[in-house]
Ligand binder design. Structure first.
Ligand code: ZN
Length: 289
């Protein structure tokens, strides 16, 4: 869908178009979506989260005396406002951005940040997806299972626990603050229900075990890919929902229900929208057979 159509659409469709655009990596061709209104909250001493309405994704900001590290960088159209928010916190330059995964609402500012000398870090799988989808701004550094970025006496620890939203999602853990930023492995709110991007290597079946890995970290504050900051208890509830959705689909299949009936249940009980259906339904049914 072309972006100009989005402006005539209703809010729900616009949301779907924006996320869909991110997923399908067509922002560069279709023109960037309008910049979203940003709002920064403090989650620790020198640690902040830049939120906005449901789309694009959250940005975590680690401020040190030797520069700034970002987790995710929204769409390219949001970068000027992201940097303005960072300027309110510090005059230090941005030195690193970690992409939790390859979707453009989390990595869309990579190109411009790299032009400023910022180093981009992602999982090896996420970088492979950036290359495969011919998305600009490929990561400069990659991690397989675990890595650490050291900056100004602080640490950002990177963990890959397995497939979930895609096959390349990493968790970024800030041990000094007991905060972790999870990207779209964890989303909060009915506007951004669990999205299994099978084309991006996602897996509903692997998802709960992947969250179990993150739950082993010593954490007080959990920053989702979309939505407000939460707690480990809330993350556990989300994990339970990723088990429940599998049980429901297995039950429906056992009852010989068809694709349309399964889709109706996912829309009604799990808040799935068009994008969740188009990216995830067939793959989910195949995984639950
Ligand atoms: Zn995503």
């Amino acid at each position: 869908m072309k972006m100009q159509n989005a402006f005539a659409a209703n809010a729900t469709s616009l949301f779907a178009v924006l996320v869909g655009t991110a997923l399908l990596a067509t922002v560069a061709m279709a023109g960037a979506p309008p910049a979203s209104k940003l709002d920064t909250t403090k989650v620790g001493d020198g640690l902040y989260v830049i939120h906005n309405a449901a789309v694009p994704g959250n940005v975590t900001v680690m401020v040190t005396n030797d520069g700034v590290l970002l987790v995710d960088d929204k769409f390219d159209s949001d970068l000027d406002n992201i940097l303005a928010e960072v300027r309110k916190l510090t005059m230090q330059p941005v030195k690193y951005v970690i992409n939790t995964h390859y979707h453009l609402d989390h990595s869309g500012s990579n190109v411009r940040l790299q032009a400023m000398g910022v180093q981009v870090v992602s999982s090896a799988n996420a970088r492979a997806k950036m290359v495969e989808s011919k998305q600009p701004g490929w990561a400069n550094f990659t991690v397989e299972n675990r890595g650490t970025v050291h900056l100004g006496g602080k640490r950002a620890e990177l963990y890959y626990f397995g497939r979930s939203h895609t096959d390349g999602d990493i968790v970024v853990y800030f041990p000094e603050h007991k905060v972790m930023s999870m990207g779209d492995m964890y989303t909060v709110g009915d506007a951004t229900p669990q999205l299994v991007d099978y084309a991006g290597g996602g897996s509903a079946r692997a998802w709960p075990n992947t969250i179990d890995g993150a739950l082993m970290l010593d954490v007080d504050t959990v920053v989702p890919g979309h939505g407000p900051n939460t707690t480990k208890a809330e993350l556990r509830k989300f994990r339970d929902s990723t088990v429940l959705i599998q049980a429901r689909v297995r039950q429906l299949l056992a009852e010989k229900k068809g694709r349309a009936e399964i889709e109706a249940v996912l829309r009604k009980d799990f808040h799935w929208g068009d994008l969740n259906v188009s990216r995830g339904l067939d793959g989910l049914i195949a995984e639950m057979q």
